[in-house]
Design a protein around this ligand. Structure first.
Ligand code: FAD
Length: 297
């Protein structure tokens, strides 16, 4: 059977499900990634993505695991690529490596400044913003499906959501086929973001990013990283169970399930799961979504 392309999937009315991995830094972490990849095969996500680390430090690891996930686990794999520390020529070379490996989809990002640096500084012969990377991919790899990042609660550096949305539009106008959002815990922010995006002519699918929190410190850390709102009901429910991670996971799962249900019922084009390279709680969430008729695999 011919595999349906990601662009065909994006155009279909059926919700799309995707999972994000990050490249491991140790043998133990690699084992965990691969065992999670094996566990989640049963859920047949439409694609899996694999992140790209600061300063280009994971260039070879991102490619290695992207290849492995595609070849050994038969996933449709979307490697991420950032502009950090790379010249335009480097980036062209990496795009060619992805192309040669048959990885026909790329998540195009500017990237964050390397650890210890406050501001993003482009490589002297490099790119300044993700819209330029989208153009570079489009011009060098025409058949590639391109994803870009979106921020329902505004990118931390942007002066306002309105300005940030205009920058998102530049990425889409440059050729991005879809947007994956930063994680959020309050759906109203996603719905308002999608409405504002549509109002300025952004028509591509905007895939909501979900993460199931399991402890309060973890939820706080992720909200801090992305300047995301942590709803007080979620924070106090997690606080009440303290370090009991089984109870924390139950609370996080219930929250994610209700988020996912509402998102899909109100027309989100699918869900993207930030899984931190772990099978659970995402597998448990997918089981629940399946039981409730929201997910077929
Ligand atoms: C789904 C997703 C996946 C991610 N994966 C990774 C990853 O694998 N590796 C990693 O290091 N980071 C990753 N990130 C984080 C991301 O790299 C950071 O949020 C980074 O700070 C911004 O990247 P961007 O592509 O959104 O940048 P851009 O879209 O370039 O935006 C960066 C800032 O500049 C502004 N801006 C954008 N374009 C212009 C322009 N043309 N002129 C003036 N201002 C502009 C925007 O408003 C924003 O404030 C991911 C984020 C998301 C949402």
């Amino acid at each position: 059977m011919t595999k349906i392309s990601l662009q065909q999937r994006l155009a279909s009315a059926e919700p799309l499900f995707s999972i994000e991995f990050f490249p491991p830094k140790s043998d133990a972490a690699a084992e965990q990634l691969l065992s999670t990849a094996a566990d989640l095969q049963a859920y047949a996500p439409d694609f899996v993505s694999i992140t790209y680390g600061a300063g280009g430090s994971t260039r070879s690891r991102t490619l290695k695991y992207a290849r492995q996930l595609a070849q050994d686990y038969h996933y449709t794999v979307m490697p991420h690529l950032t502009c950090v520390g790379h010249s335009r020529e480097d980036l062209q070379g990496i795009i060619q490596e992805f192309k040669k490996a048959g990885l026909n989809q790329i998540m195009a990002l500017r990237g964050d400044p390397p650890k210890g640096e406050a501001d993003f500084k482009a490589h002297p012969a490099g790119l300044h913003y993700a819209n330029e990377l989208v153009e570079l991919i489009r011009d060098n790899f025409a058949e590639c499906t391109i994803g870009v990042g979106g921020y329902p609660e505004k990118h931390p550096e942007a002066p306002s959501l309105e300005v940030d949305l205009l920058k998102l539009k530049r990425k889409v106008d440059a050729g991005a086929h879809f947007v994956t959002t930063q994680l959020f815990f309050d759906n109203s922010r996603y719905f308002a973001f999608v409405e504002a995006a549509r109002a300025i002519g952004i028509q591509v699918p905007i895939l909501p990013g979900l993460m199931t929190p399991t402890t309060l410190p973890q939820a706080r850390r992720f909200c801090q990283m992305g300047d995301s709102f942590l709803p007080p009901e979620l924070a106090s429910a997690l606080e009440a169970v303290g370090e009991d991670s089984a109870k924390g996971t139950r609370i996080g799962l219930e929250w994610s399930f209700q988020q996912a249900r509402e998102l899909l019922e109100k027309g989100a084009p699918g869900l993207h799961f930030y899984i931190l390279n772990r099978t659970n709680p995402t597998a448990a969430l997918l089981d629940r979504l399946k039981l409730a008729g929201f997910y077929q695999s």
